[in-house]
Write a protein that binds this ligand. Structure first.
Ligand code: AMP
Length: 224
C-alpha cells in the first residue's frame, strides 16, 4: 500500500479537526495537530509550553524554530511510516520548506494538501461562539450546539469556558495572520499540483465524502 502523507490546510475554524478525526478513523493514520501539541505543552508547563504560551494567547504564530523540530520528529517516527495527517503545520513558507527538506531527506513526499476553506464571517461565527469544558475539553457552541445546562458540560458537569484565542479580537487577528502568512502556502501547493479544495461551509459528512473520494482517486493514480 502506498503512503498517505497529508496536510490539512485552511483558516482556523474551517473544520480541519473534525475532518481529521474522520480521516484517522477511515485510514488509520496518526494525526499531528500543532495546536493540540502546543496546548498540551502549555498545560504541562514544559519549556516549549512556556515559550509558546505567550504567542498563542495573543493569537500570534509561535516562531518557526520552536515548531519545526516538534513536528519533524513525529513524521520520522515508526507510527508514521505509512503516512500521517498534519493539521496546523506547515503554516508559513519557512515551515513548508522545512517540511519539504525533511521529507526529501527521508525519500518521502507529500501525497496531497487538503484545503478546507470557509469565509471569514463564518469562521468568526463558529469560533467566537465556541465553548470548551474546563476539565476535559468537550466542545460546544452557544448557537449551534448549546449544552442542556447553560454554562456547564453535559458530559462531566464542569464549567464551560471560552479559549483565550477564541475571543473575537483574537479570532480576527488569527484570520489576518492566516491571510498574510498561511495563504501563500495555498499558491505554493497549487503550483506543485498537490492542492485539493473542499468547501468547509458544507456539512461535515459531505466534506468527508468529498475527501474520501479524492483520496481514493489519488491512491488509484499512485498505483497506476
Ligand atoms: P490552532 O489550534 O491550530 O489554531 O493553533 C493554536 C495556536 O497555536 C495558533 O494560534 C498559534 O499560536 C500556535 N500554532 C499552531 N500551529 C502553529 C504553527 N505551525 N506555527 C506557529 N504557531 C502555531
Amino acid at each position: 500500500m502506498s503512503e498517505l502523507n497529508l496536510i490539512l490546510l485552511g483558516p482556523p475554524g474551517a473544520g480541519k479537526g473534525t475532518q481529521a478525526d474522520r480521516l484517522r478513523a477511515d485510514f488509520d493514520l496518526p494525526y499531528y495537530a500543532t495546536g493540540d501539541i502546543l496546548r498540551a505543552a502549555v498545560k504541562e508547563q514544559t519549556d516549549l509550553g512556556r515559550e509558546a504560551g505567550e504567542y498563542m494567547g495573543r493569537g500570534d504564530l509561535v516562531p518557526d524554530e520552536l515548531i519545526g523540530k516538534v513536528m519533524l520528529e513525529r513524521i520520522d517516527s515508526d507510527e508514521a511510516r505509512d503516512g500521517f495527517v498534519l493539521d496546523g503545520f506547515p503554516r508559513t513558507l519557512g515551515q513548508a520548506r522545512e517540511l519539504n527538506d525533511a521529507l526529501e531527506g527521508l525519500e518521502r513526499r507529500l501525497t496531497a494538501t487538503l484545503l478546507i476553506d470557509a469565509p471569514d464571517e463564518e469562521v468568526i461565527r463558529r469560533l467566537s461562539g465556541r465553548r470548551v469544558c474546563r476539565d476535559n475539553g468537550h466542545t460546544y457552541h452557544v448557537e449551534f450546539d448549546p449544552p442542556k445546562n447553560k454554562g456547564f458540560c453535559d458530559q462531566d458537569g464542569s464549567a464551560l469556558v471560552q479559549r483565550e484565542d477564541d475571543k473575537l479580537e483574537t479570532v480576527q487577528h488569527r484570520l489576518e495572520i492566516f491571510h498574510e502568512q498561511t495563504k501563500p502556502l495555498v499558491d505554493l501547493y497549487e503550483k506543485e499540483g498537490l492542492l485539493r479544495h473542499f468547501d468547509g461551509t458544507r456539512a461535515p459528512d459531505e466534506v468527508n465524502g468529498h475527501i474520501r473520494a479524492t483520496l481514493a482517486t489519488l491512491r488509484l493514480e499512485e498505483q497506476l
